[in-house]
Write a new protein. Structure first.
Length: 370
């Protein structure tokens, strides 16, 4: 330090700290050899406290205001230094300015999931996150237990320690609360209040106060959330059998909008599906009769027919669709039909299976007027 800096610090007569930062908790007032001029002015602003330390011992603490530094305003320091009749020369003492304001929006969160036993899902892992506010409650205790001789102490130097204290308490509260996992979202205020009350004594040991702590989110690991989403989807669907039937009906309706695909869809897909459903129903009601030894083989389904309509091949069509063709007039007794196993096309009236439809269920169309 140069001679001019030394002289300037010796002549200083105002002890103050103008804090333009947002994270400074404690600032040590710097001067040459810690000398303060007799009669100097101490300025402590709102939201601050000034702590005098002499040879490592805590002396006087000043709140907001302007003070003249003499034996009257420094009773403890005067006793420590043995000033019986006042003093005229500079005296040595360290002055620490402590911020007493409330620091907000400090984050806390679990680094690893908390293992809990949920009454509905069994063992689960939860993560918790939130914010809290903090302020210095006792400058002397905070200086002695945390700051020490640090010339500038910031929130970054203590938030990790406070976070660990909060997370440890959160784990205990969640483990003993017996609140079901799915009900935690509605109990955030309750959990926050419990943790705040339990944490206040721990903060007071450090000279701090915990005005507010908020639980913002308690969540599951991604893989557990995925499994829970699947379970929720199944609950929304409800009866899977009814849902399957509904999907089948929707598929039939969509296929009916495409006349060229109706026969193929019904003949191949629907025939197999309904046959499987009927077999399952019969097995459920009389499984011993249908599935026992020596049961007859299932009946074979007749092949669907193709029609020659306006010189073009159409189909294949099951009996139900043939009745519809008869009703619409597209299938007449003289219409040519064919199915697998027939050598050539033949008129519908000459094919016994089709002729039977005309006589039992289908209505034969009247003769074409001449």
């Amino acid at each position: 330090m140069g001679i001019w800096d030394r002289l300037r610090h010796e002549l200083i007569d105002i002890v103050q700290f103008l804090d333009d930062s947002s994270n400074t908790l404690v600032y040590r007032f710097e001067r040459f050899q810690n000398e303060i001029k007799h009669g100097a002015k101490l300025v402590v602003r709102e939201g601050q406290a000034a702590v005098f330390v002499n040879e490592g011992k805590l002396a006087d603490v000043f709140g907001p205001g302007t003070y003249t530094l003499d034996t009257k305003n420094l009773p403890i320091l005067a006793t420590l230094l043995g000033w019986k009749y006042g003093f005229e020369s500079p005296f040595k003492a360290e002055v620490y300015f402590v911020s007493m304001r409330t620091f907000t929006d400090l984050k806390w969160g679990t680094m690893n999931p908390i293992m809990l036993r949920d009454p509905e899902f069994g063992p689960v892992r939860l993560r918790a996150f939130g914010t809290y506010t903090m302020r210095v409650k006792d400058p002397g205790v905070f200086l002695k237990t945390i700051v020490g001789t640090d010339s500038r102490f910031t929130t970054e130097e203590i938030v990790n320690q406070l976070r660990n204290l909060i997370v440890s308490e959160i784990a205990g509260v969640l483990g003993s609360s017996n609140i079901p996992m799915l009900d935690l979202a509605g109990n955030y205020p309750k959990v926050s209040a419990i943790v705040t009350e339990k944490m206040k004594p721990e903060f007071e040991k450090l000279g701090l106060d915990l005005p507010k702590l908020l639980v913002e989110n308690i969540s599951l690991p991604p893989e557990v959330e995925t499994a829970l989403d699947k379970r929720s989807s199944m609950a929304v669907v409800g009866n899977l059998d009814a849902y399957t039937k509904f999907q089948t009906a929707e598929a039939i309706r969509d296929a009916a909008k495409n006349p060229g695909a109706v026969g193929t869809f019904v003949g191949m897909g629907m025939g197999q599906m309904f046959a499987g459903q009927m077999a399952g129903s019969a097995g459920a009601s009389g499984g011993a009769q249908m599935g026992g030894p020596g049961a007859p083989p299932p009946l074979t389904q007749p092949s669907p027919f193709f029609l020659a309509i306006d010189g073009r091949q159409a189909g294949p069509f099951e009996p139900a669709l043939l009745r519809a063709k008869i009703a619409s007039g597209e299938l007449r007794p003289e219409t040519l039909v064919w199915r697998a196993g027939m050598a050539n096309w033949a008129q519908a009236k000459d094919v016994s299976e089709v002729a039977a439809i005309f006589g039992s269920g289908g209505i034969a169309p009247p003769p074409v007027p001449r």
